[in-house]
Design a protein around this ligand. Structure first.
Ligand SMILES: *Cc1c(COP(=O)(O)O)cnc(C)c1O
Length: 862
């Protein structure tokens, strides 16, 4: 598919400079250093003052300068080189084309926010930046994705500080951002909202080879208030949020249709996009499927990624709102309101009469995942109500650990170093290849970091100068920052959500001040981050950081930088030495800021939560001890404050200030080098999108292609089969089972000396109304933990069906006098090694066409 671009800048460009339009019109410049350098060449000051927005830059640059550049052969040559490189990037074969030459896949990735560049502020934090990195990484690997989001006229708020340190939010429309997305008046469609209809414009951004559709309701034809649906990100009440989600989900599918874009897999980045399933059910109904079949077809082509372990972080709507704004639409597609509400019904941990977007997302997705290994565990637990018959470990929510788009975040000098030691394609290299990085001279990293630190100081001072907040007690504005190349700089930047505990170290002010006032080992902290507009405790944390610094005269080294965005975040990842992360476990689903820091030779010092708990290996960073189980929040905070101080005082600071005879920080940068070699290949966005492609997108697409053949024959069959199973599964019983003793113990040939102890299980299962092949009977067996029945570990064995018989009347239980058919199964296992052994028999529906073994959630066990 081709994006159509309508950029006005071309009108004033001379022929020779026309390729500039192409380069500006593709957001690849946001991670492609030569493109950014080209824009800087045009006018370095304008480049910075337009927030690095090349469209705005071209609009404002004087004609005389344009003429000058057109007559500079070096500029023209470089321009043509970059334009040719962009064309090559868009048409070349990447990972996907090489691995799947015959796959005709198209994924639609829906997200309420996309953080691609600071010049396009359509993001609030981690979720949006991750979505941007997903598209960019997919572009680099050639993975066929189209992004779908909203175009927020005012974006997210800019943050300033009142003179007392309280956060102030400003929403405003910056027309420069509009220049980065095209808008063609013919790209419009109608969206039903309640009894009204809203006209939606589709704006298009191009991200390398990826197209991103952004939906905009700010059109003359629409009347206020509906016209304001896309006014700002996360800025309104529940109604506003619901309308935005209708726009994203239902509108997003309509936008794809309006442009004739096919999609085989729909990926929901969090529950906000959940209504896309509704529009797709409606379409399947219109093509002749019944409701259950339409739901099955939708599930077959949908995946859901959950991002938060905090129940309060999940969108919920009450019945009245849903009825008002979706009622007529539901009626038009013949979907009963109660039937629909049941899809989003909640339970434990959630308000039980609310409609829960994550629950709907999970119920209508063939596959689902959390965003780190630990978050997989937490999510299976959090949503276990949806699958009450399953063991938590069987809940069909997997995990794909997040990653970050390497080239968007990495310091140019470090990029060079990695390119030199590995290849230009280092973001895609695997762990083994990173052994070569261990031979790099650590002082080369040190030199790159030294420069980046001073660039950071510059960026901080520029931001402080713009702020009204007076850092000195006498009310003077001072913007000086006491950071030299020798200072150990500890960074902390992220949303100021209370669970991230930005102010944890303020619990022990004396200990903190001792650290800050040590002139032999200078340490500075740099904080940045926005609190959600409605989050007063978050704002409180910002104010207390500022007042602590002011009251104790340490504002020059305990610094809060206002107006957190991608630009200051990047300078921080690149310029600080240590990235501090203090979430309350297990609330950090993944976290990605630490990954971006690690990629830049910054060492993580983080509580073991999210991605860090998976990647920390005791040598690649620091992990303060977490509080033991069973404490309350206050005790946890006290415990972890002490352990973070201890880590900083006893490990981080001594290592940083340990210089060799030449005055070099060799030991520190050796650790940095190791940290990069061990982490970068794993935390790269390339690894993340490969995982999604290989384990989710391609299998979903292949399965649905098979099930959709011959007018949805497979879907219809699967739907009928599921209906049969649902009706009959309650009849399934494990009728009896027996361990058959006396099997000859076989001679052991194990090295561990344990002798074999073979057992055979005879299992009888009655399953009225079902055939033997509708079910799978398994034996789970293994040693159990001392004094409990919990498996220490277990293996799974499928029992073999050996025949069936009819019970006689005498054996029938209770008043059920009818003879039943009983299926016989056998399984032999080896209770090797002695000790206490356990086993469990489980029976569940089985069909090769299921997307996931336990997707029906039906299971009985012994
Ligand atoms: C990476 C990033 C985040 C995510 O930070 P975490 O605290 O790790 O989730 C948020 N905002 C910006 C601007 C980022 O670049």
């Amino acid at each position: 598919m081709k994006a159509s671009h309508v950029f006005n800048v071309g009108s004033k460009l001379p022929e020779l400079l026309l390729p500039l339009n192409e380069i500006v019109g593709n957001l690849r410049w946001s991670w492609h250093v030569p493109s950014a350098e080209l824009f800087r060449w045009i006018d370095p000051e304008l480049w910075e003052s337009t927030k690095r927005n090349p469209a705005a830059l071209l609009d404002r640059v004087p004609m005389a300068r344009i003429a000058e550049l057109a007559s500079d052969p070096r500029f023209v040559e470089q321009l043509n080189k970059i334009a040719a490189d962009l064309r090559r990037h868009r048409s070349s074969s990447g990972y996907f084309q090489i691995k799947y030459p015959h796959e005709n896949l198209q994924v639609a990735y829906f997200s309420p926010e996309f953080g691609i560049t600071e010049a396009l502020p359509q993001y609030s934090g981690g979720l949006g930046v991750l979505a941007g990195d997903h598209l960019k990484s997919a572009s680099s690997l050639g993975i066929p994705i189209v992004g779908v989001g909203l175009y927020y006229r005012d974006g997210y708020f800019s943050q300033s500080l009142r003179s007392d340190g309280w956060q102030h939010e400003t929403y405003s429309h910056d027309p420069d951002t509009d220049r980065l997305v095209s808008s063609d008046p013919s790209h419009r469609f109608e969206l039903p909202i309640g009894n009204d209809s809203l006209t939606v414009a589709i704006r298009i951004a191009t991200v390398g080879r990826i197209t991103l559709l952004l939906l905009d309701t700010d059109l003359e034809v629409n009347e206020v208030p509906l016209r304001n649906v896309s006014d700002r990100l996360y800025g309104g009440d529940r109604t506003h949020r619901l309308l935005q989600e209708i726009l994203l989900g239902i509108g997003g599918v309509r936008a794809l249709d309006a442009l004739g874009v096919r999609a085989d897999v729909f990926h929901m980045n969090e529950g906000h996009a959940g209504f896309l399933t509704l529009e797709r059910i409606r379409k399947f109904r219109a093509s002749g499927l019944n409701m259950q079949e339409a739901i099955e077809a939708t599930r077959a082509t949908t995946m859901f990624t959950t991002h938060t372990p905090v129940p309060a972080g999940i969108d919920r709507f009450d019945r009245g709102l849903i009825e008002t704004y979706l009622g007529p639409y539901l009626k038009s597609m013949d979907l009963d309101l109660d039937e629909f509400l049941a899809l989003g019904s909640a339970g434990r941990d959630f308000g039980s009469d609310e409609f829960n977007m994550a629950h709907m997302g999970l119920r209508l997705s063939g596959r689902a995942n959390g965003v780190s290994r630990d978050h997989g565990f937490v999510s299976r637990e959090l949503f276990s109500d949806l699958w009450p018959q399953l063991d938590v470990s069987q809940i069909p929510i997997e995990h794909v650990t997040n990653g970050v788009h390497a080239r968007s975040w990495t310091l140019a000098k470090i990029d060079e170093l990695l390119s030199k030691t590995l290849l230009d394609s280092w973001p895609e290299a695997d762990v083994k290849e990173y052994d070569r990085f261990l031979e790099v001279n650590p002082l080369e990293i040190a030199s790159a970091k030294r420069t980046a630190k001073m660039v950071l100081v510059d960026a901080i001072e520029r931001r402080l100068k713009k702020s009204d907040y007076k850092v000195a007690r006498d009310g003077q504005s001072t913007h000086s920052v006491s950071i030299t190349p020798d200072t150990l700089v500890i960074g902390f930047a992220r949303r100021f959500a209370p669970y991230k505990r930005a102010t944890l170290l303020l619990r022990d002010k004396d200990r903190l001040l001792a650290m800050l006032r040590n002139s032999e080992r200078p340490v500075a902290f740099v904080f940045a981050g926005k609190a959600h507009p409605a989050d007063d405790p978050g704002k409180e944390m910002i104010a207390s950081i500022l007042s602590f610094a002011r009251d104790n005269g340490v504002s020059d080294r305990f610094i809060f930088v206002p107006d957190y965005d991608i630009s200051i975040a990047r300078s921080l990842y690149q310029g600080v030495d240590v990235w501090l992360n203090t979430p309350r476990r297990p609330l950090e689903a993944s976290g990605t800021s630490g990954m971006k820091a690690a990629m830049n030779g910054t060492l993580n010092c983080s509580i073991l939560d999210g991605w860090w708990s998976e990647c920390y290996d005791a040598k690649n960073g620091f992990a303060p001890t977490s509080a033991p189980d069973g404490l309350d929040n206050n005790e946890i905070d006290a415990y972890e404050t002490a352990s973070i101080f201890e880590t900083l005082e006893e490990e981080v600071i001594p290592l940083y200030f340990n210089k060799n005879a030449n005055g070099d920080r060799l030991a520190w940068y050796e650790m940095v080098r190791y940290s990069m070699a061990s982490l970068v290949p794993y935390i790269s966005g390339a690894r993340m999108v490969k995982d999604y492609t290989d384990d989710f997108y391609v299998p979903l697409a292949r399965r649905s292609e098979r099930l959709f053949e011959d007018d949805f024959a497979g879907i219809k069959e699967l739907t009928q089969w599921k209906a049969k199973i649902r009706a009959a599964f309650e009849n399934v019983r494990i009728y009896s089972f027996d361990v058959v003793p006396g099997l000859p113990a076989e001679e052991s040939n194990d090295d561990d000396g344990g002798s074999s102890d073979l057992r055979e299980l005879h299992i009888e299962v009655s399953a009225e109304g079902l055939a033997a092949q509708d079910l799978r009977v398994e034996v789970l067996y293994g040693p159990v933990l001392p004094g409990s029945t919990e498996f220490a570990r277990y293996e799974t064995l499928e029992a073999t069906f050996t025949g069936s018989y009819m019970t006689s009347h005498e054996l029938s239980h209770g008043k059920d006098e009818q003879p039943t058919e009983v299926n016989l199964y056998r399984a032999a296992f080896d209770a090797k090694g002695g000790g206490t052994f356990g086993y469990l028999i489980q029976v569940f529906p089985s069909n090769p066409n299921l997307a996931k073994e336990f997707e029906m959630g039906l299971r009985i066990h012994s």
